[in-house]
Design a protein around this ligand. Structure first.
Ligand code: SAH
Length: 239
């Protein structure tokens, strides 16, 4: 069933959805008709629930119908993964936002590191990407995209978040994720830019007590490392 995130609060009963993008999608793209069903989800009190919705009427502006039932969403990972991703080219960064949302990352922190391509983040487009990836992949929420931070700020934020911090580093040859200590609820994952982390940065994270790992014997592209690294962390600590 097609799923849509909406801003309105949800409960069983009749509902008029006032959302131009959703109306356009339902009407013009999916060409849905009365009696077709979609699933809706939102944050707030209804976070963690999907609502089965039967359409009764579609106009130019709104979709009306009934919420038939609410179904518990069981697709959120048990462990909260924050991906501290060094800035890379915008299209590749957006690819990471999309794929890592599907995989199960809960928050993204873009990081300016020494060898970053300083292109920034198109916040509005990035949020649209994570929203659509959440809808598609069945997640109960769209991950947060936090403001860009410096490398030092990222280290401090990861320390503050508690839990375990993993740093993916292609020059690490001995330690893999298998050797990481157990983590309960929070894991932070650092992935570098195309040029990799500098020695200074590696010293900084080592001094912070973070766990530096190899993800592969091959050298991966940053976006590949972000995707497989997130997957590896989730499958190790609670997908
Ligand atoms: N420029 C470097 C590669 C950097 S790859 C070189 O050519 O040697 C970009 C980022 O992906 C790295 O900073 C690291 O975080 C991650 N990465 C790539 N391959 C990895 C591997 N085998 N193990 C762990 N991390 C890896």
């Amino acid at each position: 069933m097609r799923r849509f995130h909406i801003k309105q609060q949800l409960q069983e009963g009749s509902l008029m959805i006032d959302d131009a993008a959703l109306t356009h999608q339902v009407r013009a793209v999916l060409r849905m008709k009365p009696d077709d069903e979609i699933a809706l989800f939102t944050g707030g009190e209804a976070l963690g629930w999907d609502f089965r919705f039967r359409i009764s009427r579609i106009t130019d502006r709104v979709v009306s119908g009934r919420v038939l039932e609410r179904i518990k969403n069981e697709r959120e990972p048990r462990v909260h993964v924050t991906l501290f991703q060094s800035l890379i080219k915008k299209d590749k960064l957006e690819f990471i936002f999309e794929k890592c949302t599907e995989v199960g990352v809960s928050a993204f922190v873009p990081v300016v590191s020494e060898r970053s391509i300083k292109k920034g983040v198109h916040q509005e487009r990035a949020e649209k990407i994570t929203k659509e990836a959440s809808e598609q992949s069945g997640r109960a929420l769209a991950p947060d995209i936090q403001p860009i931070v410096t490398f030092a700020e990222a280290v401090a934020a990861a320390k503050n978040a508690g839990g375990l911090t993993i740093v993916a580093h292609e020059k690490e040859t001995r330690r893999s994720l298998d050797a990481a200590p157990p983590a309960s609820r929070q894991v932070s994952l650092f992935v570098g830019p195309e040029g990799g982390f500098s020695e200074k940065e590696i010293t900084l994270v080592r001094n912070a007590g973070f766990f530096i790992v190899s993800l592969s014997r091959r050298v991966l592209r940053a976006e590949t490392a972000a995707i497989v690294g997130s997957y590896a962390v989730l499958s190790r600590f609670g997908s």
